[in-house]
Write a protein of this length. Structure first.
Length: 318
């Protein structure tokens, strides 16, 4: 049996993966961190489709991609190349993505956390809600529309919020990037409701909550944390907007919800997931969304939950 060897696919700015790197180093497990934006900069690629060789040249090291037993897929990123036209930049990124897609297919029979195609399927919030309904999870009222009257009907009958359908990160070149958080539909939004015509918006009724719940699943291990989001004004709607981190505590989910959480992961073929719930004022757990590649480093740091150790355990168990 081959010794475990882990390929990490991410970017240089991914500080969450540093926890896993430290764990791998501590256990002296062989790994390679592929920061994909280095391709064409400090990293060269050689693929021979006749001999089925997929190699990376990293300074004086030659990395044989076939030598890895498992892949930890995080957050690949395309390089930024100066002095290209917009069209050339689009072409460059498209070619870079095609290269990575070929590498993913070459590695398809390795052990993944998570498989990139499972991640893409699970990232779709519409499909998430369809599956949540099928499993029987308690959910908010939700609509997605760019039809003015349908939107007005919803927000006039519910205290409502709106949020991105995928993620709210807006990356700008040579400018400050932005993050769109969950926001309450206010009078200004209603007065400009016709602006949604250009892009359908995800609306949800505002749930009065006692707290936020973050559930981090690694294989079949469930790490549930309760976030005291209601004691700080700027954390009430979306606790990530808070200037200070609200108090966190470890909790245990009831057995029925545990089964639903694992079923949700199973339906998307995920071995890792970060799942958000709300505990409402009736003490019910309301499902919001599942992030198949969500952040977890702050939880490990705050509460000493060994999520990085759980991830490495899964990756090295061949």
């Amino acid at each position: 049996m081959n010794s475990p060897k882990v390929l990490i696919i991410t970017n240089k700015e991914d500080i969450t993966v540093d926890f896993v790197v430290n764990e791998l180093n501590g256990r002296r497990i062989d790994f390679y961190r592929l920061n994909t934006e280095d391709i064409g900069e400090t990293l060269d690629v050689y693929i021979n489709l006749d001999s089925n060789n997929f190699l990376l040249y990293d300074e004086d090291k030659v990395i044989d991609l076939n030598s890895f037993t498992s892949v930890y897929y995080r957050r690949p990123k395309a390089p930024q190349i100066a002095d290209l036209t917009v069209g050339e930049q689009v072409y460059y990124i498209r070619e870079h993505e095609a290269l990575l897609e070929g590498i993913y297919q070459f590695l398809r029979n390795k052990k993944w956390l998570n498989n990139v195609y499972s991640i893409r399927l699970a990232e779709n919030k519409i499909y998430q809600q369809i599956i949540a309904n099928e499993i029987g999870l308690l959910t908010p009222k939700r609509i997605i529309t760019n039809e003015r009257n349908e939107a007005l009907n919803f927000v006039n009958n519910e205290t409502a919020i709106f949020k991105p359908m995928k993620n709210g990160f807006i990356e700008e070149v040579n400018m400050n990037s932005k993050i769109l958080f969950t926001n309450v539909v206010d009078e200004n939004f209603i007065n400009n409701i016709s602006s949604i015509k250009a892009l359908p918006v995800y609306f949800q009724n505002l749930i009065h909550k006692r707290s936020d719940i973050r559930v981090t699943v690694v294989d079949e291990i469930i790490n549930a944390v309760e976030i005291d989001s209601q004691n700080t004004k700027d954390a009430e709607i979306d606790w990530r907007k808070s200037k200070e981190i609200p108090k966190h505590k470890i909790i245990t989910l009831d057995e029925a919800l545990k089964r639903q959480v694992l079923e949700l992961c199973k339906r998307f073929d995920l071995r890792f997931a970060a799942i958000d719930f709300i505990r409402n004022t009736n003490n019910e757990m309301v499902f919001l969304e599942i992030n198949p590649n969500g952040q977890w480093g702050w939880i490990e740091k705050l509460l000493k939950i060994d999520i990085s150790s759980q991830i490495v355990d899964y990756m090295v168990c061949i």
